[in-house]
Ligand binder design. Structure first.
Ligand SMILES: [Zn+2]
Length: 424
């Protein structure tokens, strides 16, 4: 085994850089982020790359192209974790390309593009309540107002970046949309699936078709409280009974229409007493799809159904979308190239959408994107200490990624443009 066992060992080392060991928790700009970053830097340098922190605490490694005026392919994932996380979410997308570069470097082989591996400082958003900070900054989607966001201890992001040794006002310099860093022609990310599809089908890897878009709503149902013993069943305005029907309506719609997932993950009931008819119920709805039109239709249909349930049950309902994210489709040609790389491992390519968000979803503003998924063991559980990946799967996924890197041909540039973008 060339890659798998070593990658799993490296993931074990990184798992020890935790704010609440033996659990795994590592947030943006923490002491543990520094320890993990330093370890990743050392792995990158040992693999033959130049590597450093950027102004916002992302670790950026470069494996220079073998030809002049070459464009850049970016890859990578996040170093941070949720609280009480697994060991492979994010980290695999950093460790697997480093293993690829190490193998290339050992053979003295260079690529027709510069390969940049990024260990993004933040994707999960645990510390400051903003997700994908690293990739947003690099993709030109960063809002400087976020620098004033504070963590639970009142420390601002601005202060934390400064304390980490970075420069909060240099966020603009990270933007890869222009050519000041060189032309970025693709962003590819390898990541544990965080779901059961590949496991269920007995496949080690799969090609991601798109990262799902999402709509989230706050729903308020208002009925009328009353004595649980005295108000006849036919005269009630029970907000919880109505809300329960609405929850099932979300589930039914998303079951009956392929390509959607819908979840009610949070609910509160007032007054919340055993002997009082519920008057006020608040709940959330999260609907996702790789198809934006399907998702928009679903939200209208679900809201219409809520209105009819409320009318029938003589309660009021107010459903307010508060978050919307468009789907990020993966590039067709890059998907095909990943499929070819998977076939080369003797595996039939399986195409699947990503229901979870990933760093890659920020990069369509820069370049075409693609993702490789790796099987998640233990029923597909993730964001949980039971998240697992086998050394065999890490091996196959890394071999697939290496095949992709070795076969990928960047678009041809006209020389005068190449002259301008050359930074070597
Ligand atoms: Zn992740």
């Amino acid at each position: 085994m060339k890659f798998g066992a070593e990658i799993l060992k490296q993931a074990d080392v990184l798992g020890n850089f935790s704010e609440d060991a033996p659990r795994v928790t590592r947030t943006y700009l923490s002491k543990e982020h520094r320890l993990a970053g330093d370890y990743i830097l050392s792995l990158m340098r040992d693999a033959g790359m130049t590597a450093n922190y950027d102004a916002m605490g992302n670790v950026v490694g470069r494996y220079e192209a073998g030809v002049p005026f070459a464009p850049i392919v970016m890859t990578g994932s996040h170093q941070d974790t949720v609280r009480n996380a697994g060991k492979y979410d994010g980290l695999f997308g950093i460790l697997s390309p480093i293993a690829c570069v190490k193998a290339l470097h050992a053979q003295g082989k260079r690529l027709p593009y510069t390969l940049e591996i990024v260990a993004f400082g933040d994707e999960e958003g645990v510390r400051f309540g903003v997700t994908l900070i690293g990739s947003k900054a690099m993709a030109g989607n960063f809002d400087p107002a976020w620098l004033e966001k504070r963590d639970a201890n009142g420390v601002s992001m601005r202060q934390a970046i400064t304390d980490f040794g970075g420069d909060p006002d240099a966020w603009r310099d990270l933007d890869r949309r222009g050519e000041q860093h060189g032309e970025v022609v693709a962003f590819v990310e390898s990541h544990i699936e965080q779901g059961p599809t590949l496991l269920d089908e007995g496949l080690a890897v799969g090609v991601v078709t798109a990262i799902a878009g999402a709509t989230r709503m706050n729903v308020k149902v208002t009925g009328l409280a009353g004595h649980a013993g005295t108000v006849p069943m036919t005269m009630r305005q029970d907000a919880l009974a109505a809300a329960s029907e609405m929850v099932l309506a979300v589930e039914r719609y998303c079951c009956e229409n392929a390509g959607l997932v819908g979840t009610v993950g949070k609910m509160s009931v007032l007054p919340g007493a055993v002997n009082v008819i519920p008057q006020d119920v608040d709940f959330t709805v999260d609907v996702r799809s790789e198809n934006d039109a399907l998702r928009t239709q679903a939200i209208s249909a679900i809201r219409a159904e809520f209105t009819s349930i409320a009318a029938r049950r003589n309660v009021k309902v107010d459903a307010n979308p508060f978050f919307e994210l468009k789907a990020a489709p993966c590039d067709e040609s890059l998907q095909q190239q990943f499929a070819t790389a998977i076939k080369a491992q003797g595996i039939e390519p399986r195409y699947l959408p990503s229901g979870a968000g990933h760093d890659a979803m920020e990069f369509p503003s820069v370049c075409p994107i693609a993702m490789l998924f790796v099987r998640c063991g233990n029923g597909g559980i993730s964001h949980h200490p039971s998240e697992t990946m086998t050394a065999e799967d890490a091996e196959i996924a890394t071999a697939t990624l290496l095949h992709f890197f070795e076969q990928y041909q960047p678009p041809v540039f006209v020389p005068d443009k190449a002259q301008r973008v050359d930074r070597s």
